[in-house]
Design a protein around this ligand. Structure first.
Ligand code: NAD
Ligand code: IPM
Ligand code: MN
Length: 340
């Protein structure tokens, strides 16, 4: 496994994930220094052969990328988004599961109401970097950022969502787009969804406009089982998903292309205000490491980590963002103890 601890709280949460991985049977780890500091020191965001290097590993574990010293975020785009694109990691899998009723921010909702997965298309949409600025910095500035949707791209993520639902016994797939306001780009999502759903007759296939879906996520999350949507909408609603789990620090993700090198990362960012303070919640990173083990065929080791996390959460042995009193390292230790 390659590890890119990255910026801000990234190295702190990754350190805890690595301790858990070591205790859950071990993983061969190689550290890669790519980060804002590395970029500021060397001028290199990711080396010319960087993506090739990553392809030589089974998996990549990333902390977070983003640093106020790099205001245009170019290193994060090259390292994080660049890897998603170069390795064609078209599935961004973001499970949303509430581990303890006490963590739910919604009145009267319990763990039974918050248990769904989001499949975020991860290789196109507005993230492709097609666009430009004309007369930048003047009152006549024109800024264009194109959203790209391809049949291949939409078809493979929609099929992945249905196939996952069938394999995991999940019964409902909801596709969310904005085809009322974006009749060209999102008509493609409508077409593909209509073409694919008859192949999965046992699965209830529904559609919501993304604005309504955002509302229902808060009002009635129990209606969701599998959600599939585009890159940008998936980014936004999985931060809501983080909140439904108690906070962004709890949320895990996997960037997948079945059969190829995959990349795992917490959903949260580098949280600069928390960096270096031993305050960040390590659970998102730890659960991302568990997703990695599961993807690499070590489901039992993954379950042991997840169970240890659940026990620590239920006991309240967690960081302050989720109602505990522990530091990052102590919260990791509390999980490690239970794993052992
Ligand atoms: P953020 O996720 O870093 O922080 C949002 C809020 O959540 C903050 O209040 C933060 O303190 C809190 N938070 C996040 N992770 C936490 C954790 N583990 N424990 C406790 N609290 C946590 O998002 P932001 O502030 O919008 O972005 C900060 C930087 O991170 C930016 O440069 C952004 O581009 C980058 N970013 C990177 C990634 C990634 O690498 N995958 C994801 C999102 C944002
Ligand atoms: C995420 C992040 C990234 C994204 C940023 C850092 C570019 O928010 O992984 O959710 O938008 O994909
Ligand atoms: Mn995000």
């Amino acid at each position: 496994m390659a590890v890119i601890p990255g910026d801000g709280i990234g190295p702190e949460v990754i350190a805890e994930a690595l301790r858990l991985l070591a205790a859950a049977g071990g993983v061969d780890v190689e550290h890669l220094p790519w980060s804002a500091t590395h970029y500021l020191q060397t001028g290199v965001t990711i080396p010319a052969d960087g993506y090739e290097t990553l392809r030589s590993f089974d998996a990549v574990l990333v902390g977070a990328l983003g640093d106020p010293r790099v205001p245009d975020n170019c290193h994060a785009r090259d390292i994080l988004l660049g890897t998603r694109f170069a390795l064609d990691l078209y599935v961004n899998y973001r499970p949303v599961r509430l581990l303890d009723d006490r963590l739910c921010p919604l009145k009267g909702r319990t763990a039974a109401d918050v248990n769904f997965v989001v499949f975020r298309e991860n290789t196109e949409g507005v993230y492709v970097g097609v666009g430009g600025r004309f007369k930048a910095g003047t009152p006549d500035e024109i800024a264009v950022q194109e959203e790209i949707n391809t049949f291949k791209g939409v078809d493979r993520i929609v099929r992945f969502a249905f196939t996952f639902a069938r394999a995991r016994g999940r019964r409902r797939v909801c596709m969310a787009d904005k085809s009322n306001a974006m009749p060209d780009g999102h008509a493609l999502w409508q077409r593909v969804f209509a073409e694919v759903k008859p192949e999965y007759p046992e699965i209830e296939a529904t559609h919501l406009y993304i604005d309504a879906l955002a509302m229902f996520l808060v009002q009635d999350p129990g209606r969701f089982d599998v959600i599939v949507t585009n890159n940008l909408f998936g980014d936004i609603i999985t931060d809501i998903g983080g909140a439904l789990q108690g906070g962004l620090g709890m949320a895990a993700s996997a960037n997948l292309h079945p059969g190829r090198t995959s990349m795992f990362e917490p959903v949260h960012g580098s949280a600069p205000a928390l960096a270096g303070k031993n305050e960040a919640n390590p659970i998102g990173a730890i659960l991302s490491a568990a997703l990695m083990l599961e993807t690499l065929g070590r489901a039992e080791d993954a379950r042991r980590i997840e169970r240890a996390v659940e026990e620590a959460v239920r006991a309240g042995d967690v960081t302050r963002d989720v109602g505990g009193t522990l530091g990052t390292r102590e919260a990791g230790e509390a999980i490690l103890r239970r794993l052992r």
